[in-house]
Design a protein around this ligand. Structure first.
Ligand code: GDP
Ligand code: IMO
Ligand code: MG
Length: 437
């Protein structure tokens, strides 16, 4: 498999974890490059279900090497918990998990500031964050006051930590939150540092060695294009570059090392948290999608808002990422519908829009322009190849290709590995020889 970046093309939870797990069979390395434990990537293997927040979803395939890159923000305590959880379940990490010494640390004050900021906002202004401290941690990185994984092992860590905590306690107090106990937090950091020490390395030479040897690398995006700090529905976004370019800065590889971009997209749309969502359904159809798709957040358990497929959003993601092919997931969730809507454009202030406007208030006024297609009302869950799908389901997939201009190379009809089809276009899409539909 060529070196591939896999990204979410909507508002997250597209099924990236499942697709990463499937594709990991064909690569040697899996690299997370942004986000933190705000992510929740689900992998179901037989009766076992795993939800990964920081570790790459490739970790469940024995022998595959997994990297947390410099672009990720890492809560060391949460990572220790996640690693221990996997060790308890018999997953062997020995010699195959590497944590960048340049990755920034998420401390308890980041979560508290995240929560306090949300509480201070009026309803309608809240982002609905995961409260994992992601925004404040990236904020400190950009302000050049953050501490990194490598600092955790530095003899000067205590002094660096204490100086920072003093400032943060002043901030917390000003926000009306109780200050943190320095000794307790420091002890927790030291403990996590000791546990994580064997994994903390300079991942740059490791990855470049892999590239030089021609060992295939899969870059695992978290969140989705519409949550990107620059191109998402700002300010209702996360705080990192969730798009393909983030793979370079977040892992230290040059753009030409990336040979293939795979966009993961659901057959409909969901969003957790606040912010505009033009195709959101507030009716029975939305509830049916939520129930059939079990649309509850993998990190916070919050119900996900549900709506029809939005081709304007998908095309936006194609532009930003240069998506060569789609992994289309959760087609089975639409099995029972008599008819299905596809949003092909927006109508805003009497004008037709084909692209996502930058201004969030303009996007809030956008109404979807729908194209209706027939449903198939047959189960697709058992299909093993495209030809076994009902004709209307095949037509729906082909229509999504046409309205987005990108071919579907992988099709998913269930949470497990077996419920995955590689379409005829798969090999061609990966080698760059496939023409667009
Ligand atoms: P991620 O954040 O993009 O990795 O996605 P999540 O794991 O948060 O959410 C996707 C959910 O859909 C998980 O519960 C998966 O097990 C499930 N899932 C993935 N692909 C499919 C599919 O094709 N059909 C169904 N029914 N469920 C799927
Ligand atoms: P995966 O990788 C869905 C959303 C939050 C909130 C906004 C900002 O599983 O697809 P943050 O805590 O990042 O500051 O919250 O982003 N969000 C996600 N939504 N899937 C995710 O990750 C998300 N990570 C963050 O709900 O609206
Ligand atoms: Mg998720």
């Amino acid at each position: 498999m060529p070196n591939t970046v896999l990204i979410g093309a909507q508002w997250g939870d597209e099924g990236k974890g499942k697709i990463i797990d499937v594709l990991t069979e064909q690569v040697d390395w899996v690299v997370r490059f942004q986000g933190g434990n705000n992510a929740g990537h689900t992998v179901e293997i037989g009766p076992e279900k795993y939800v990964l927040h920081l570790l790459p979803s490739g970790i469940l395939r024995a022998g595959k090497k997994c990297v947390i890159g410099n672009g990720v923000v890492v809560d060391p305590t949460a990572l220790v918990e996640e690693v221990k959880g996997l060790l308890d379940r018999g997953v062997d990490l020995e010699g195959r998990f590497f944590l960048s010494d340049r990755a920034h640390l998420v401390f308890p004050w980041h979560g508290l500031i995240d929560t306090a900021r949300e509480q201070a906002k009026k309803s309608g202004e809240r982002i609905g964050t995961t409260k994992r401290g992601i925004g404040p941690a990236y904020g400190d990185k950009a302000a050049r006051i953050g501490l990194r994984m490598g600092d955790l092992l530095d003899p000067d860590f205590d002094a660096l930590f204490n100086a920072l905590l003093q400032e943060k306690n002043a901030v917390l107090t000003a926000m009306g939150a109780p200050p943190l106990d320095a000794d307790r937090v420091l002890a927790g950091c030291r403990q996590a540092g000791e546990f994580l020490q064997p994994f903390i390395v300079d991942t740059l030479p490791l990855l470049h060695g892999a590239l030089a040897r021609g060992e295939p690398v899969l870059f695992e995006g978290a969140q989705g294009a519409m949550l990107d700090i620059d191109y998402g529905t700002y300010p209702f976004v996360t705080s990192s570059s969730t798009t393909a370019g983030g793979a370079c800065t977040g892992s230290g590889v040059p753009p030409h090392a990336i040979e293939h971009v795979l966009g993961v997209v659901k057959a409909y749309t969901t969003r957790v948290g606040e912010g505009p969502f033009p195709t959101e359904l507030h009716d029975e159809a939305g509830r049916r999608i939520q129930e059939a798709g079990r649309e509850f957040g993998a990190t916070t358990g919050r119900p996900r808002r549900c709506g029809w497929f939005d081709a304007v959003v998908a095309r936006h993601a194609c532009m930003l990422n240069g998506i060569h092919a789609w992994a289309l997931t959760k087609l089975d969730v639409l099995d029972a519908f008599e008819s299905i809507q596809i949003c092909v454009a927006y109508e805003c202030d009497g004008r037709r829009l084909e692209t996502v406007p930058a201004n969030v208030r303009t996007l809030q006024r956008c109404r979807p322009v729908y194209e209706e297609v027939p449903g198939w009302q047959t189960s697709t869950a058992q299909a093993t190849c495209f030809d076994e799908l009902p004709a209307a389901a095949q037509a729906y997939v082909r229509r999504l290709e046409a309205v987005t201009g990108v071919p579907v190379s992988i099709l998913s009809v269930g949470p497990r590995r077996e419920s995955t089809m590689f379409l005829a276009s798969h090999a061609a899409a990966e080698s760059g020889t496939l023409s667009m539909p």
